[in-house]
Design a protein around this ligand. Sequence first.
Ligand code: GH3
Ligand code: MG
Ligand code: MG
Ligand code: MG
Ligand code: MG
Length: 336
Amino acid sequence: MPEGVRRSGPGNDFSGRTVLIVDDDPAQIRHVREGLAPHGYIFKEALDGAQALSAIRAGRPDLIVMDVEMPGLGGVEVCRIVKANAGEGGFGFIPVILMTARQAAGKVEGLELGADDYLVKPFDMLELGARVKSMLRLKALQDALLEKNRELEWANRELDRRRQELLALSRTDALTGLYNRRYFEERLSEEFMRSRRYRSPLSLVMLDIDHFKRINDTFGHPFGDEVLRAVAHTARATLREVDLLARYGGEEFIALLPEAAPQDALRACERVREAIERLELTWKGPDGMSQEVKLTASLGVATVPADDLPGTEALLRAADASLYSAKGTGRNRVHQ
Ligand code: GH3
Ligand code: MG
Ligand code: MG
Ligand code: MG
Ligand code: MG
């Protein structure tokens, strides 16, 4: 072949590919084998359609060269089965070259049933060689396409996964793992509208750790961080799953309690307050020093529609005012 005609891409050397030769005449099988021998293929043989199918199931060949006229299952039927099972999980794409002694009859039928090429016996071995090679090239292209497709699908899933990860990250407070303020405010607007539309109660809670600065000052900032994580975990474990809890900033947390009327919210807040009061944290200092640390928190609640508030801003202000009042009257308490 002149240099310029050489194909790039899947290449032109198909030695080592498996060719299944199917014919009820062993002499014809031998003939085809000898004709294709110089190309370095691996040959499998079958003497009828049933044998051919077992051979295909046992190990997918890269190509099938098959007689049309065989007793029992004929070449056209086998071809139909191979093509019907070309999908994923089946045989995949296996090119089929049919051979027939008949001049025209069956040729159109074979091609219409998905035979990829057709040879009329007796045929020239050079022609057989060229057609086999062209089919193997087709097969290699098809395989490369499938592989690319699989890679694309994988890349797509990976992208999707990362998108989800990024989305989750953009909603998360890095220190505590709770939702962050931005996501909370998004949800607050939605929940407020829902509450208004369905006239269902909605409570907003603000929680602020008492004298947190002292904890930082006494035990250091890293221990302060540990305390924040412990409070976050405790509040999350105490509230209902439908309650939205977020870190609002610094040592302040905020929670949205859907369907919670004032009394429900009060009870929930009391549970959180008590759970924080019960927390037993241990500060570990240098030289094996350690100390039990206790803490408390103050909580402020506001509820719509019990508190007649026009919007989320007013709801936030009302909860903040309740918190301020809880702080002002001695801390470690819930006000509403
Ligand atoms: P009060 O009972 O009135 O709320 O007093 P407080 O000390 O808790 O309140 P203040 O606002 O005076 O102090 C809050 C402290 O929280 C100050 C700030 O350094 C600390 N803080 C804010 N964010 C973080 C954080 O991410 N980690 C740690 N360790 N400390 C933080
Ligand atoms: Mg025959
Ligand atoms: Mg504060
Ligand atoms: Mg505080
Ligand atoms: Mg109030």
